[in-house]
Design a protein around this ligand. Sequence first.
Ligand code: PDD
Length: 276
Amino acid sequence: MYVWVNQELVERDRANVDLEDRGYQFGDGVYEVIRMYHGNFFMLQEHLDRLQYSLNEVGIPFNVKEHQVENKLKEIMKKNYIRDGAVYLQITRGAAPRNHGFPEHPEPVFTAYPLPVTRPHQEQLNGIRMTLVEDLRWLRCDIKSLNLLWNVIAKQKAKERGCFETLFYRNENHVTEGSSSNFFGVKNGVLITHPANSFILNGITRQAVLNICKEKQIPCEEKVMSLNDLKELDEAFITSTTAEVLPVKAIDDIRIGDGSVGPITRRIQKLFFERT
Ligand code: PDD
């Protein structure tokens, strides 16, 4: 497999990253995962905009346009003969002698390589189970940063509890999102999802679903749900680049609706699929 390390397209086992890269030592970097369908990147501009936003928010001096990230991403997929899959890219503040403060002259390090992804057919068809975990992440979840420690711990808890995904909550009145996905509920025909603020990552798939709602005039509200609200939902689903739209059957011992996949979720899945 070929990978990008800065300006070099090299075979994976020839790729070198410095031991003192700040991404490696401090998680001092940001990333994106972008889906490719039939040789086209899905919502590439939105991903690149979010990447630039993350870079700006953490003060990594990297101009996405200037560095022609788009061309690099296209080239990496071509070079690896991939037309359906995803690309992982990250930009760190680069290597410098270990010191918490930013280096005076940072040289950001860009890496990108293809991720093999396939549609989770079974889960898309039959739905998943989620488990509640307290959201102990920092308060800038809008930045797609490399600091994913609580996300990975939470995903492991889900796995150990026989669930596909975690549902985070800050307190009993504030459900946020999944460990690597956004959460939607459906109540009386209205979609409900957390507002795009610093408590969640504004997912690109989430944005796609909101666009679908606007186009098809499906009512949708961006508001915070409580743990009690979850018990009243008729339907629920999660969204992410790799999972797309996955119906939720149950959250711990809360059964969603009658436990089968509801008509609005199916409709959103279908409309999303048509865009890919
Ligand atoms: N995760 N929320 C969190 C915390 C996420 O990590 C992700 C994506 C999402 C959904 O965002 P999007 O629709 O843009 O993929 C929401 C990616 C896929 C990952 O870390 O692998």
